[in-house]
Design a protein around this ligand. Sequence first.
Ligand SMILES: O=C(O)CCC(=O)C(=O)O
Length: 271
Amino acid sequence: MFKIDKNVRRLSDSEKKQYEKDGYITGLPVFSRESKTNLDNLFTSLTSKLDKKIDINQTNYWHKASAKFYNLCRTPAILDYVEDIIGPNFYQWGGQFFVKEPNDESVVPWHQDAQYWPLSPSKTVTVWLAMYDTDEANGAMRIVKGSHKQGIFKHRVNSSKHFVLDQEVPEDKFNTSDIVSLNLKAGEVSLHDDGLLHGSLANNSDRRRCGITMRFAPVHVKADLKVWPHFETQLARGIDNLNLNPIAKIPEGEATPVKKFQYSREFVKDW
Ligand SMILES: O=C(O)CCC(=O)C(=O)O
């Protein structure tokens, strides 16, 4: 069982203001130190079923595939933090792993999520849950403070084999003194705005680095299904009386993604 950290709380007014101004909050407690082993076990049990030919960083919809993953995303402390930022009525639309194994050279280039996502308005909050202790040495996520206030940056294509995404914003296009490394203990989370520039460097350590990202948006956010036909929502809190998007079924057991984007009906319980 995952034990909740005793320091879990609601966000203060000054933290909400800081999120609005800087585009992120970090170091929020969720799971206690004793849950470290449970997080590791969860990672191992879910990812061991993945076909070896599939890159885990290219599978985006684990919350539709796995009941264990889905339930983790419904942890009340996580939803409380999200509610404090985007209000009482919101859904989850994405859930994935960002993994760097020891001495993994993969790099997430600087990017803004909103420029990849056909969602309007841009209001998604990403929760990044540290499955392991994460710092500069093992490739913690880095963000550019306040960059969500600077509009959409021009992204250029870069097909470097180490890049997890193929578009990047070069470092000479923003103020590098605003870079902050989001170092987290296993079981802590950060939250970031979908307009915030972020990325991560290689893992130069002998420790695994993995974050689970959970994407939550208020119910008035609508997806362009012509661009993302597989987009589906699972109400996470409150009510959705707008019904702007298709609804995903809740996973009843464990299935494993086989590609980047899949419909919930494609996931059939297999263990
Ligand atoms: O974990 C990382 O390094 C990047 C995560 C990311 O790009 C995201 O949450 O959108």
